[in-house]
Design a protein around this ligand. Structure first.
Ligand code: PNS
Length: 164
């Protein structure tokens, strides 16, 4: 049987324990998993693409057959270049469903051969998002248990050391 290559795309600004949980689950399911950071974000990111890639590489180090890459433009085009068969996405709660369904169906319209596979993270991460992590941290709250220790350290450097 052909090897299954999956792409886990996202902004990862920054990677959370929920993302990491999904990467671990994906690595067990697929022969290869590429975690792909979108470079042309509309949003104003907290971390640069290089910083996000570096954090992902550190945090995913040691998880079998996982690599980290970047992409721009359409996800289906990137998946085609890599010859991936699967897009991996996480669904945390009902509120994610509408957006994810729309994206999955649009990607299917653009590339019918590419399947989107949804996985649920561990229950304890269902409320964790990068946006909330950034917000909590910027207002002095604790993000312990929400992100890997390395990310907590990088958030500290980013938020406090950039203040005059
Ligand atoms: O972590 P995010 O921000 O929810 O990830 C969204 C992402 C990167 C998966 C999505 O915005 C995307 O695939 N962007 C690439 C452009 C594209 O293909 N758009 C059409 C999607 S239907």
């Amino acid at each position: 049987m052909a090897e299954i290559l999956a792409i886990y795309p996202g902004s990862f600004d920054p990677i959370t324990n929920g993302h990491l949980d999904l990467i671990e689950r994906g690595s067990r399911l697929f022969d290869r998993l590429i975690v792909a950071v979108l470079t042309n974000l509309d949003k104003d990111p907290l971390f640069t693409v290089a910083e996000r890639v570096e954090m992902l590489q550190e945090v995913a180090h040691g998880i079998p057959h996982v690599s980290v890459d970047t992409f721009s433009g359409l996800l289906v085009d990137y998946a085609g270049e890599k010859r991936a068969q699967v897009i991996l996405r996480g669904i945390r709660a009902f509120t994610d469903y509408e957006y994810e369904l729309q994206m999955a169906l649009m990607n299917r319209k653009l590339e019918p051969e590419l399947e989107t596979v949804f996985l649920m993270p561990a229950l304890s991460y269902t409320y964790v998002s990068s946006r909330l992590v950034r917000e909590i941290f910027q207002h002095g709250g604790s993000v312990k248990d929400l992100v890997p220790p390395l990310v907590e350290e990088r958030l500290h450097q980013k938020v406090f050391q950039s203040k005059p």
